[in-house]
Design a protein around this ligand. Structure first.
Ligand SMILES: C[S@@+](CC[C@H](N)C(=O)[O-])C[C@H]1O[C@@H](n2cnc3c(N)ncnc32)[C@H](O)[C@@H]1O
Length: 467
């Protein structure tokens, strides 16, 4: 006689269709994004909007899904500390992602406990199967038993014995990133400043537009709700809404660009060169935000820009960004070996970097980046800066920038390259950023910060070729 299998013995399978209808689409999309981040190295900023469009999720539901996905991924390792304390025998990755999502709703989103738990259980049944549903239910009920502060006090190491470990759990950053940011802030920064920076990384940035000079029309941004930039005359920060719906953005007269990135382009165009100022080069241009502003500024002054990018698909993005500029040519080369018959007057090296200065924009980046990434990036950054100095004429200037404050990628690169050459001198780049507060004006470099400037943590240095 065939043995009757109990419910729990049945092989796990997704739930029946009529049950699946109960699954909340917003949470299912968030879970799918998390799985793709883990299994396929997906980028949240590309995948999530595509899934929202595909599933016709818009308005408040899209905003909820975005906050749920971004917030959960940003704080995922903190939530893991809570979950691991409740399930020390281990949690399968797909179930863990459901638990992380439920934990974010319970501890950070003010979703009522019963809704956070019930939707997580439904999601488990629909996408994994019946068996883990009761486990999810039990764990999340325990999570709901305390608030975030209480949980952090339970699971984070004490600040007194392990300050970095404490900050890493409480503010959801890997230890090595906490240490790197502490080093970059410098000895004069106290714990409260580091905390402010870590928390700034956990807040979604507002969308800032750049109105490209010379190509913007007077009423392009009229009627939009927002505020003018603090330091860039071209910046406009939106109250909300979809920038892709703005005609000037769609047509390339304006673009989405952090005010910090605008300041890099403004500094690169503003640092004085001796003599001719007509041939400009952007050595690492993709996807083209700075090239579009530099090209526009160059056009107003009769300069031409060559925008170089090594990756062909990114060079296409540059072509699109600069399509309204007659003075800008896009080329595809390795910037370490690019040749020219005629040296340039200005060169910008916006180097590939860890992106530790833009963590607030990319929820998964902090967990994906590894300290070993620097082993490849730093030599590349040095080679690009060194070659840029070969490509600029005597009296011309190279501006070096990163969207990372990590000292190895910033001062470390500039000092190594400048120190090894006898034909260059470091310039004071802060002199062309007047009015920008919180810059260490005793140093020749500019370092912007999310918690102080509301921008990405862009680093800028300028080097002149003197012989
Ligand atoms: C930080 S991004 C530049 C951002 C860009 N300036 C902007 O504002 O949109 C660095 C770029 O350098 C490119 N890159 C990496 N290695 C390169 C190389 N060897 N030569 C030229 N470009 C390179 C990357 O593909 C990437 O597009």
């Amino acid at each position: 006689m065939a043995e009757r299998r109990s419910r729990s013995d049945r092989p796990d399978r997704p739930d029946r269709p009529q049950r699946r209808q109960r699954v909340d689409l917003t949470r299912k999309i968030a879970w799918e994004v998390m799985r793709a981040v883990e299994e396929q190295d997906a980028y949240v900023n590309l995948l999530l909007p595509a899934l929202l469009r595909e599933n016709a999720v818009s308005g408040r539901d899209a905003a909820f899904t975005t906050e749920l996905t971004h917030g959960t991924i940003r704080r995922s390792r903190t939530y893991d500390a809570v979950l691991d304390s409740l399930a020390p025998k281990g949690i399968d990755a797909p179930v863990r992602d459901i638990l992380r999502l439920g934990t974010h709703q319970l501890l950070a989103m003010r979703v009522p406990s019963h809704a956070a738990v019930a939707t997580s259980v439904d999601l488990t049944r629909a996408v994994i199967g019946h068996r883990p549903a009761s486990f999810v239910n039990a764990v999340l009920r325990k999570v709901a038993g305390a608030d975030l502060e209480t949980w952090l006090a339970r699971v984070a190491p004490p600040y007194e014995s392990d300050p970095v470990g404490h900050l890493a759990v409480v503010h959801a950053h890997p230890r090595w990133v906490v240490e790197a940011l502490q080093d970059a802030l410098g000895a004069q920064a106290d714990a409260s400043e580091l905390t402010a920076l870590l928390e700034a990384d956990n807040a979604a940035p507002q969308v800032t537009l750049v109105a490209r000079p010379g190509v913007t029309e007077p009423d392009d941004l009229a009627g939009l709700e927002g505020t003018a930039g603090k330091w860039s005359p071209y910046a406009f920060t939106l109250e909300g809404g979809d920038p892709g719906a703005i005609e000037a953005v769609r047509e390339g007269r304006a673009g989405v660009q952090d005010e910090g990135s605008q300041l890099v382009a403004i500094a690169a165009a503003g640092i004085p060169v001796e003599g001719r100022d007509a041939r400009w080069l952007d050595l690492c241009a993709g996807p083209g935000g700075k090239a579009a502003l530099l090209g526009a500024l160059g056009a107003l002054r009769g300069a031409d820009l060559v925008a170089n990018e090594v990756a062909p698909h990114r060079a296409e993005l540059v072509r699109s960004a600069v399509r309204l500029l007659d003075n800008t040519e896009v080329v595809v080369h390795d910037g370490r070996t690019l040749e020219t018959d005629e040296p340039y007057d200005r060169v910008v090296v916006d180097a590939p970097c860890t992106g530790l200065g833009a963590l607030r924009r990319r929820p998964e980046a902090r967990w994906r980046r590894q300290p070993s990434d620097l082993d490849g990036l730093v030599p590349l950054q040095r080679a690009l800066l060194d070659h840029a100095l070969d490509l600029v004429r005597v009296g011309g200037v190279v501006t070096y920038a990163t969207c990372s404050p990590h000292l190895a990628e910033t001062r470390g690169v500039v000092e190594a390259v400048v120190g090894a050459r006898e034909d260059v001198e470091l310039l004071d780049v802060t002199a062309v950023l007047p009015g920008v507060p919180h810059l260490d004006r005793s140093a020749p470099y500019a370092q912007l910060w999310p918690h102080l400037h509301g921008t990405d943590a862009m680093f800028v240095a300028a080097v002149r070729r003197v012989r």
